[in-house]
Write a new protein. Structure first.
Ligand code: SAH
Ligand code: SF4
Length: 370
């Protein structure tokens, strides 16, 4: 069997290879030292692979041929398969990935004036069962590995034209990031480390539905915190977000306050406007009061409809009235622009329907000989 490379059948070396994109610096160093290699080689490999995006070991010209061969046997550089890429009329791009066994997730790339934001998925499906969320309708099927999270970023950024760079990352795709903390925080370490992808921690945001005991992990990671508030009291919030029964509103807000104190940062309060459920003027006033009690800014997100949800998007008049009331009261508030609606890439619309082929990866230049 071994030595034959066909579906479901792998060579011995493939079976024992380490998934490179799952590793941090210390782990790669340990793996190398354990095989009698010099520790500093780990830094060299990270520089080639993350810094230069050279993924063919034979092009890593400061490594000997023998070492190149050994690394090809030790390290697996396979990225998650990009199944489709769809482009919205507003420039938003939605990518569908196969994470193995046809388990599909999506990432969304959102351009705006001064930034290019990639919205990452952390899980296939989600167990939090928020009533208004399309992902929540699909029970948790799998938690992604750090390598599969980093892989979404690499697959997308490798396809960008030379002049474009992803500037911001948000864990607002499919899944609840704090339900998969090991992989999410490991990926954040890879994203922000200088040996990794070297993105500023302050440009990485973790959005949670409110797994209160794990919020300190966001603080410790240095990433920014967003919380899906969505209800201004326990009654409404428990009705639309079952997690509120476990960690009610006041506990969530207290955890946010602690995060703000320790990170010296603000938290983003995400608030989905559901017609007749969360969109009254009194709700806006209560939301203002809550926003005053935590260093925060509010993002209002008009509900994006999906079949069978049982909820509706308020009309523009009601959305504007809600927004205006918050502004009148002096709340720091932004209405989140609905991006990619025509390709079902807007918040809470992430579906998994392959219907366009991805573009080929951009070519990378090998680093000069050192
Ligand atoms: N699980 C995390 C992150 C993914 S959801 C969380 O819940 O925070 C990202 C955001 O999309 C959340 O703020 C959620 O409230 C919002 N959302 C989910 N479904 C939506 C829908 N149909 N319309 C608008 N926003 C939605
Ligand atoms: Fe899960 Fe977030 Fe959707 Fe709730 S809103 S079901 S936590 S992905």
């Amino acid at each position: 069997m071994f030595g034959v490379r066909s579906k479901g059948c792998y060579t011995l070396s493939q079976m024992s290879r380490l998934s490179f994109y799952n590793l941090n610096l210390q782990e790669l160093e340990q793996a190398l030292v354990g095989r009698g290699k010099e520790k500093f080689r780990a830094q060299q490999l990270f520089r080639w692979i993350y810094g230069q995006r050279v993924t063919d070991f034979s092009q890593m010209t400061n490594l000997s041929k023998v070492f190149q061969g050994e690394m090809a046997e030790l390290l697996d550089l396979t990225l998650p398969e990009m199944v489709t890429e769809r482009i919205s009329s507003d420039g938003t791009r939605k990518y569908l990935f196969n994470m193995g066994d046809s388990q599909l997730v999506e990432s969304v790339l959102i351009p705006s004036d001064d930034r290019l934001t990639l919205c990452l998925s952390s899980e296939v499906g989600c167990n939090m069962a928020c009533q208004f969320c399309y992902t929540g309708k699909q029970k948790l099927k799998r938690r992604l590995t750090a390598g599969q999270i980093v892989g979404q970023f690499l697959q997308v950024s490798d396809r960008l034209p030379e002049a474009q760079r992803i500037t911001n990352l948000v864990f607002m795709g499919m899944g609840e990031p704090l339900d998969n903390p090991e992989a999410v925080f490991r990926s954040i370490e890879i994203f922000h480390s200088t040996w990794g992808l070297n993105l500023s921690r302050k440009r990485i945001t973790v959005s949670t539905s409110g797994i209160v005991p794990l919020i300190p992990l966001v603080t410790a990671s240095g990433a920014r915190l967003a919380v899906s508030l969505n209800g201004v009291n326990d009654e409404v919030r428990s009705q639309i977000m079952p997690i509120n029964k476990k960690w009610p509103l006041e506990e969530l807000l207290e955890a946010c306050r602690v995060h703000c104190r320790e990170s010296k940062d603000k938290v983003t309060l995400e608030y989905v406007l559901l017609k007749g459920v969360t969109d009254s003027i009194q709700d806006a006033r209560d939301l203002h009061r809550i926003a005053q009690s935590v260093p925060s800014k509010v993002n209002i997100i008009p509900f994006n409809e999906h079949p069978g949800s049982g909820f509706h998007r308020p009309d523009e008049k009601a959305i504007n009235a809600f927004h205006n009331e918050l502004m009148r009261l002096g709340t720091h508030v932004l209405r989140r622009k609905t991006m990619g609606r025509d390709i079902l890439a807007a918040c809470g619309q992430l579906a998994t329907n392959p219907d366009a082929r991805p573009r080929p990866r951009a070519k990378t230049q090998p680093e000069a000989t050192l």
